[in-house]
Design a protein around this ligand. Structure first.
Ligand code: AMP
Length: 249
């Protein structure tokens, strides 16, 4: 079984992002970038399926600037077999990413595309669903458990108030939720080995995909600052403050 894992290069989740003074977006100058955490979970799951003997090959794909090669190398160091970089310096919206992925799927014919449920930069939560629609494949989104049996994959999904298990016919699209697994750290020998694994470089034009944005960002603002809290000495004081100052009771 072949698994395709799209991995996105995003601002590291530990970075406190700053909005540009002109409110056109987030300042990316000198900011640490890493693999999107949900994509790490997808890579980890693919590797576990390979370790179980279910998967035979894992291909990591990234659409982004030349530096997205580092993100692919991280996936290779974790255990993916080869990579495809679709290089562009433009911001690529989920529909265009999904169209590029569809072309790669047509060429590579994987049995599963395992994506993150969302990228933590744009929080779009769209690419996997759009790809499933373009391919006309079944989708199991927000997976907290993935079990391949015969020609089917059972995906347990985290939904409001509980868990739902869906059985999908392969080939299928799966997107990962936070509790699916804990991604491994790449060991030094594997980081060295990953340097020799192949990465194919393409451009969106190679796939005939127009990546012109369809959306316009009107403005980006920081969340309102939270005021510091105060300690109260008694329940009576708390109730008085809620009544007289906050006016909520
Ligand atoms: P999004 O729909 O943007 O929230 O992203 C959901 C998932 O789609 C990510 O976790 C990735 O697996 C995949 N994805 C989105 N954008 C890219 C990209 N530029 N390159 C590779 N994978 C991507």
């Amino acid at each position: 079984m072949k698994i395709l894992v799209p991995v996105k290069r995003v601002v590291d989740y530990n970075v406190k992002v700053r909005v540009k003074p002109d409110q056109s977006g987030v300042d990316l100058a000198n900011v640490k970038m890493s693999m999107n955490p949900f994509c790490e979970i997808a890579v980890e799951e693919a590797i576990r399926l390979k370790e179980k003997g279910v998967a035979s090959e894992i291909i990591a794909v990234s659409v982004g600037p030349a530096q997205a090669q580092e993100t692919i190398r991280t996936a290779l160091a974790m255990g993916a077999d080869r990579g495809i970089l679709v290089q562009t310096d433009e911001a690529v919206e989920p529909l265009a990413v999904a169209k590029i992925l569809k072309s790669i799927v047509d060429a590579e014919t994987p049995d599963v595309v395992l994506l993150g449920k969302q990228a933590i930069d744009g929080d779009n939560n769209q690419t996997g669903q759009m790809l499933a629609a373009l391919l006309d494949w079944p989708q199991g989104t927000f997976a907290s458990e993935v079990a391949v049996e015969g020609g089917k994959v059972n995906v347990t999904r985290e939904i409001d108030g509980g868990l739902q298990t869906v059985a999908l016919e392969l080939p299928a699209v799966i997107t990962t939720d936070l509790r699916l697994n804990e991604p491994r750290y790449a060991s030094l020998p594997n980081i060295m080995k990953a340097k020799r694994k192949p990465i194919d470089t393409k451009t969106p034009d190679d796939f005939g995909v127009d990546i012109t944005p369809r959306l316009e960002t009107v403005k980006v603002t920081e969340p309102a600052k939270r005021e510091a809290g105060v300690k109260v000495d008694s329940v009576a004081e708390l109730v008085a403050k809620l009544k007289d100052e906050a006016g909520v009771i």
